[in-house]
Design a protein. Structure first.
Lengths: 340, 398
């Protein structure tokens, strides 16, 4: 028994050093540091990727910049940490990053058991399948016996198993670590099917040489509400994250864009717009920020729709329609609570 | 009656704890113990406190909840409805499988290369030197990834794969398929006879060896052993009405089904681990051989032994004593290096318990401790077995 003490203690030591940073007061920490630490993916077209200048770009990245702008007044004061599906939660739980914005599905166990707080839904997604057209498959129900490439450490892994069990079909999983590896294996025919969130499939397909040779099957087998998240235990920080996201959505609803935000703040007659942009009331102070936090954030990255169209929309290579992600006034699900 | 020249001095002074050689070592040991214990206590206390601050408890109940994910390569029955412990077991067996295969292959290749490295043939010895220096100086992870890429790009897709050896081997970029056994009827009798034959071979060999030592007569042991291995089993097999059949892999839908599959991740990992570790084994073997005095070889030649027999009967048995201890640590390295499996999607213990299970349940502490403890047990077991073997071959004091 005595021998076991050392490994146990060492394990405890590693865990302890990594956990000790997880304390309340994230806002103060961030302000003191002068930068926001934000976990993103290791590279997923449209969501988070580095452009030719080495600068992080994307829909998830924009959200990080918006938070940095709201908290620090500088959209570039962000340290990005690329994380895999497997490392992301440890990075957040250990306090290595302040916020996680990495197409992460909001589920009960992540919320309650992993002790995270989800800040809202930035993208309504669902799991889909991509196959080569040459396979001649038109429906996921024809995939019995196929080899499936799947990113480990994600909800897709569990959905996939549930779906094939429910349909009474069998499959061979090929577990891979990152989206890049998944694409490589899929293109080399090490697997017949690549499965992940439909948005991720579209993003991957956009980077293929012959995007038209691949189809995304019509079946969407799960609900994947993706959103940013923070650790349990710091409600102020969670409120900041939640309301930056909501502010971006409200801005779209109210027609506030990066270009006209200043003008709207000065001239708008709409009381909610004035409150949102800090032209009236002391709204920002309630979460420890300047009253114009939303204005600064919107000026930095634009409203929700602008960010979407810039990185994911039909004008981009990723080519995703707004669909469920249109604001509620236009038949979508994006519905932010009122700013009052 | 004995007289003491030094009168007993019972007065004890505190400074003696440090100055007096009789007490000093105790003092140092006690201080070291106290320091070590307080560090351990501090670490445990810190971990407990931080877990509490996060609102996380410490228990292993999650191991019995359904895992919910599937595993491609598995040695035991497993479905996504099995518990996390079963997934960990599948992973553990996969780790042991690849570690065992790699240890075996690395030893065979390594001994071969190590001997050839000392060859008098300049080309061969240089070639081996190039192999050893090239392979052992490139990071293992890169080699694993490179071999995997080679396997998935070089071998054909399942639908284009041509079965080789009359359907007994199908090589695709998703894995290699060989026929599997199907059992029916009185197959147990055949298996029992087969096992009995193996035991018989061992008995026969030790008897033949004894006979040789006593009379000097040499029997064709290899031929007899082969006969003993095949003939009785074959007779029982046909008498029992051929209860064990072969199932050949056939292309059905997307993949080959039936038979036994070794997936590309397993093959690539095995290949990379073996090639990499064999370079180290070769150097150990070379060192062992070079440590044997040249006089031994010359003496053997003088007795008329051919070079091959000199190597296998005179030099290698002696160099084993030098080779075994570093080999132990090499085997441990292979086992631990197998945890790089996740890079190619081979679901070993690190991939299941330390990967997906950890991620889906969020139990970092529990999973990591369990994982480390398991690797520790595996390593200590390997090292115990090898040490036992080392005892049996080392120079006995007579």
């Amino acid at each position: 028994m005595k021998k076991m003490i050392l490994p146990v203690a060492l394990g405890a030591a590693f865990a302890a050093t990594s956990l000790s940073a997880a304390t309340a007061g994230t806002l103060e920490d961030v302000q003191e540091r002068g930068t926001l630490r934000c976990a993103v993916s290791t590279g997923l077209a449209g969501f988070s990727y580095t452009d030719e200048n080495g600068k992080w770009q994307g829909f998830d990245v924009d959200y990080c910049r918006a938070v940095a702008a709201a908290v620090l007044g500088d959209a570039d004061a962000v340290e990005f940490s690329p994380t895999t599906g497997k490392t992301r939660f440890t990075a957040l739980a250990s306090g290595e990053v302040d916020i996680l914005s990495r197409n992460t599905t909001w589920t009960y166990s992540r919320d309650a058991d992993l002790k995270f707080t989800f800040l809202g839904v930035s993208y309504y997604d669902g799991q889909g399948f991509m196959v080569k057209k040459s396979l001649g498959v038109t429906s996921a129900k024809e995939l019995d016996g196929a080899t499936v490439c799947i990113q480990t450490g994600t909800t897709t892994e569990l959905n996939l198993s549930d779906y094939f069990t429910a349909e009474g079909m069998s499959y061979e999983p090929l577990s891979i670590e990152t989206n890049t590896e998944g694409r490589a294996n899929y293109l080399a025919d090490a697997c017949d099917v690549y499965t992940t969130d439909a948005s991720g499939l579209a993003a991957s397909r956009a980077t293929f040489e012959n995007a038209a040779d691949h189809i995304i099957l019509p079946e969407i087998i799960s609900k994947e509400p993706l959103g940013p998240l923070v650790r349990h235990g710091d409600d102020q920080w969670a409120d900041i994250g939640r309301w930056v996201l909501n502010a971006m959505k409200i801005a779209e609803e109210k027609g506030i864009t990066a270009a006209n935000a200043d003008e709207m703040a000065a001239t708008s007659k709409d009381p909610e717009v004035k409150r949102l942009l800090g032209a009236s009331g002391e709204m920002g102070a309630a979460i420890g920020l300047n009253n114009d936090f939303a204005l600064v954030a919107i000026k930095a990255v634009g409203n929700y729709g602008e960010s979407f169209e810039r990185h994911l929309g039909t004008q981009t290579k990723v080519n995703l329609a707004r669909g469920l992600n249109a604001v509620w006034t236009e038949g979508g699900l994006q519905y932010a609570p009122p700013f009052r | 009656m004995s007289t003491s020249t030094v009168p007993a001095d019972n007065s004890f002074q505190l400074s003696q704890l440090w100055r007096d050689a009789r007490y000093r070592s105790y003092t140092i040991q006690i201080i070291a113990l106290v320091v070590a214990l307080s560090v351990v206590m501090m670490l445990i206390g810190n971990a407990v406190e931080n877990l509490e601050a996060l609102g996380k408890d410490f228990n292993f109940g999650f191991l019995f909840e359904p895992a919910g994910y599937d595993i491609g390569q598995r040695l035991v029955e497993y479905t996504s409805a099995s518990g996390h412990w079963k997934a960990a077991l599948v992973g553990l067996l996969n780790t042991l499988l690849v570690a065992f295969l790699a240890c075996l292959a690395a030893t065979v290749i390594g001994v071969f290369v190590g001997v050839l490295r000392l060859s008098n043939n300049w080309v061969i010895s240089r070639l081996m030197a190039v192999y050893i220096e090239g392979v052992r100086n490139v990071p293992l992870l890169l080699q694993i990834l490179a071999w995997y890429a080679v396997f998935i790009h070089v071998f054909p897709k399942p639908k284009q794969a041509e079965p080789l050896l009359g359907g007994a081997l199908v090589a695709t970029n998703r894995g290699f398929y060989i026929p599997g056994f199907t059992y029916e009827g009185a197959y147990l009798a055949v298996v029992a006879v087969f096992l009995a034959s193996i035991a018989g071979i061992f008995i026969f060999r030790s008897w033949a060896k004894k006979r040789q030592e006593e009379t000097g007569q040499i029997l064709p042991v290899g031929l007899y052993s082969l006969g003993l291995l095949i003939v009785p089993t074959a007779i029982v097999y046909f008498i029992a009405g051929m209860p064990i059949g072969l199932e050949f892999p056939t292309l059905k839908g997307f993949n080959y089904v039936g038979g036994t599959k070794a997936g590309t991740p397993l093959i690539a990992l095995w290949f990379a681990l073996s090639i990499y570790s064999a370079a180290f084994v070769a150097e150990i073997v070379r060192a062992g051989i070079m440590a044997i005095s040249k006089g031994q070889t010359e003496a053997a030649y003088a007795l008329g032994l051919r070079p091959q027999r000199t190597m296998s009967l005179v030099v290698l048995p002696q160099s084993l004593r030098i080779i075994i201890p570093p080999m132990i640590s090499n085997y441990l390295n292979i086992t631990k290096n197998s945890s790089l499996a996740i890079a190619v999607g081979y679901m070993d213990l690190t991939g299941t318990l330390g990967g997906i299970t950890l991620n889906q349940t969020g139990r970092e502490m529990e999973c990591m401790l369990l994982l480390m403890a398991t690797y520790l047990v595996i390593s200590l077991t390997i090292s115990a077995v090898m040490n036992y073997y080392n005892e049996s071959v080392k120079l006995k004091g007579r």
